[in-house]
Design a protein around this ligand. Structure first.
Ligand SMILES: NC(=O)c1ccc[n+]([C@@H]2O[C@H](COP(=O)([O-])OP(=O)(O)OC[C@H]3O[C@@H](n4cnc5c(N)ncnc54)[C@H](O)[C@@H]3O)[C@@H](O)[C@H]2O)c1
Ligand SMILES: [Zn+2]
Length: 375
């Protein structure tokens, strides 16, 4: 990590830089004027980010004053091939060329979608990511993975298309709702668990409503994600550390979409996946019981319980099998050996995964249904 003249942190994330801090938009202005020099700029956002963040962006980045905005509807449904078709056409009709740049202003939906559209338009035009959700700031806008959903399967079609750089301006979080904030906190907890025990302790104690207290922790989390990507940009090995909680988490996310229960946000599903993952880590002899207890206690205190029936496990395991990351015959999990240390590719059987789900079900057994006290 280095610091710019304006005191902005700069991290390398393999194929792109991540800049974080109060002065980051001024750095973006400088980069647009001096280094990037695009022929034209389009700004992609959804109705919320264009309403709540666009004004501040152009106020601090006058170079974007003439940029055309493109709005997509907020929500996962926009990560769709028809939306891509509309965006490609929009760019072509307005004469976007290879020197055109797309600024993606939004959460993970906007950066995943915009990154994919820009990465394929004319075999790739440049992007800049300006994440506006906590999930985007510590995870989605870092590392160059882009994708859209197809046939109800998340992120089925995509490519590595790193942005020119990612500019993290934590003040954009002022307008983000509590549920969306917690969604990102789950990934911050994960960063601590797999890589940095001090960070886990700091995140655990942080007053989440206080942006000033949160900002340095956001920088630390973004730095951890960047460092892991830097070591393994295309996920050949160590980047799998970041999958802790995700094997079961992804399946639960898909499962929740099928049922009548309140849907699960990605981070909420990953939090359950981390409860199951810490249990498996203990059960398979990698993690001390006291560590597992501490992780579970924290996560169960942070998120509303998701009601699982014993009869649901079968379907969740089926969904795990259809996940593109799981090879034939059993699963490969990222598990913990301590707080701050993880191992990848641990073989886990379907029966063990079902036991882990059952463990979560019993832990939350007495809880009321999530809808009774949804945030
Ligand atoms: N590429 C990756 O490495 C990666 C990593 C993690 C997640 N993702 C993807 O990210 C997506 C989820 O991203 P997300 O959680 O940011 O959700 P999101 O982009 O849907 O944003 C959540 C909601 O917050 C609103 N919003 C955004 N910024 C706001 C602000 N500053 N104030 C008020 N409201 C605001 C949005 O309009 C939206 O309604 C998923 O599609 C997931 O697959 C990608
Ligand atoms: Zn995640």
């Amino acid at each position: 990590m280095s610091k710019t003249r304006l005191g902005v942190e700069r991290h390398d994330a393999g194929e792109h830089a991540v800049l974080i801090g109060e002065g980051v938009l001024v750095e973006l202005e400088r980069a647009l004027e001096q280094d990037l020099r695009p022929s034209r700029v389009f700004i992609l956002g959804d109705e919320n980010t264009l309403d709540l963040c666009y004004g501040e962006l152009v106020r601090q980045v006058p170079a974007l004053n003439d940029a055309q905005t493109i709005e997509v509807r907020s929500g996962e449904r926009s990560k769709d091939i028809e939306v891509c078709r509309a965006l490609w056409s929009h760019l072509a009709e307005r004469g976007a060329d290879r020197a055109t740049m797309l600024v993606c202003l939004g959460g993970g939906v906007v950066t995943d979608l915009g990154g994919f559209v820009a990465g394929t338009y004319m075999r790739g035009i440049r992007t800049v990511h300006v994440p506006t959700t906590l999930m985007g700031m510590v995870d989605a806008a870092i590392g160059g993975k882009t994708a859209i959903d197809l046939m109800g399967i998340k992120n089925l079609v995509g490519l590595f298309a790193p942005p020119a750089a990612t500019y993290v301006y934590p003040r954009f979080l002022r307008t983000l709702g509590k549920r969306e904030l917690l969604n990102g906190v789950a990934e911050m907890v994960k960063h601590g668990l797999v890589r940095d025990a001090d960070h886990w302790n700091a995140v655990r104690r942080a007053p989440l409503h206080d942006l000033d207290a949160l900002a340095p922790l956001i920088a630390r989390s973004a730095g951890i994600k960047a460092a892991v990507v830097q070591e393994d940009p295309r996920e050949g090995g160590s980047r799998k550390l970041l999958n802790f909680g995700h094997t079961i988490g992804h399946a639960l996310e898909a499962f929740a979409l099928e049922g009548a229960q309140r849907s699960l946000l990605h981070g909420e599903a990953v939090a359950i996946g981390m409860v199951c993952g810490s249990w498996l880590s203990w059960r398979l002899g990698h993690l001390e019981r006291t560590r597992m207890d501490a992780i579970q206690e924290h996560l169960l205190g942070l998120f509303q319980p998701f009601v699982l029936q014993a009869t649901d496990h079968h379907r969740v395991i089926e969904l795990m099998r259809s996940d593109k990351k799981n090879k034939e015959g059993g699963f490969r999990f990222t598990l913990l050996t301590d707080i701050g240390r993880a191992i990848t590719d641990v073989p886990v059987t379907a029966a063990q995964a079902a036991d882990a789900l059952d463990h979560y079900r019993l832990l939350t057994h007495d809880a009321r249904p999530a809808d009774d006290h949804a945030a």
